[in-house]
Design a binder for this molecule. Structure first.
Ligand code: ADP
Ligand code: ADP
Ligand code: ZN
Length: 217
């Protein structure tokens, strides 16, 4: 099952992708995470990615398409994948269709998480993650069960993304509006686009997504 989760920064794509990964046994492919790994490694791509991400802009299409093409051919994607953060432009969406056709497969579900823009800044500025296992949290909306201790791995160190500040968020939302939102009509025309209310509680959003993925939505 090949799935795309679409939506602006802070819509809940990563949070939901992690849950679906566990439920359906297919990996979450987050291009943002891949780029952050490149930044940590200090590679040439990483150095460029750091500048681009700090500015809230997008990386070049060709590079991102190549990154995903390499990734989906790895063994763990044999049963499918959940794309989180890709495609982000119409050119990426077209390249994805072309590549999947060439690989003898296609998309099963494209789901947009619809969220009010005012909610996004609050979500992003309060976002943090476990420094060891990467589990996602929020200062108000998704606290660990025991204060300061990761629910999943027990670690007590957490991290925040350098681009999760109000100024960069505004630039990222603009990039979404200008460059990513035009993907929605692209998939709508292909009658593959479904929408879920991303303003609902985290558990409720998961329930709605599963309804769609199980064929009932
Ligand atoms: P994205 O991957 O789309 O950028 P995330 O999944 O990282 O978004 O979510 C952004 C922040 O908002 C995280 O801190 C997460 O805990 C929180 N969050 C995610 N979904 C919801 C929701 N339905 N209601 C409230 N907060 C949420
Ligand atoms: P969020 O979902 O919170 O917006 P991501 O982790 O998906 O953030 O992406 C972080 C940054 O990485 C983006 O602001 C952008 O600079 C870069 N990026 C991630 N995916 C892509 C992509 N498919 N194309 C271009 N740039 C990307
Ligand atoms: Zn953890």
């Amino acid at each position: 099952m090949n799935i795309i989760l679409l939506g602006p920064p802070g819509a809940g794509k990563g949070t939901q992708a992690k849950r679906l990964e566990d439920a359906y046994g297919i990996p979450q492919l987050s291009t943002g995470d891949m780029l952050r790994e490149a930044v940590t490694s200090g590679s040439e791509i990483g150095q460029k990615a750091k500048q681009v991400m700090d500015a809230g802009e997008l990386m070049p299409d060709g590079l991102m398409v190549k990154m995903i093409e390499d990734r989906i051919q790895q063994k763990d994607c044999a049963k499918g994948f959940i794309l989180d953060g890709f495609p982000r432009t119409v050119a990426q969406a077209e390249a994805l269709d072309e590549m999947l056709a060439r690989l003898g497969t296609g998309l099963d579900h494209v789901i947009e998480l619809k969220v009010d823009e005012e909610a996004l800044v609050e979500r992003i500025v309060g976002r943090y993650a476990c420094a060891r296992c990467g589990a996602g949290y929020h200062d108000m909306f998704q606290k660990p069960k025991v204060d300061g201790v990761c629910d999943y791995c027990g670690a007590t160190q957490f991290k925040r993304r350098p681009d999760d500040n109000e100024e960069t968020v505004r630039a990222r939302m603009e990039a979404y509006r200008d460059q990513t939102a035009p993907i929605l009509p692209y998939y709508k025309e292909k009658s593959i686009l479904k929408q879920v209310d991303g303003m609902a509680d985290i558990d409720e959003v998961t329930t709605e997504l599963k309804k769609i993925l199980n064929g009932g939505g």
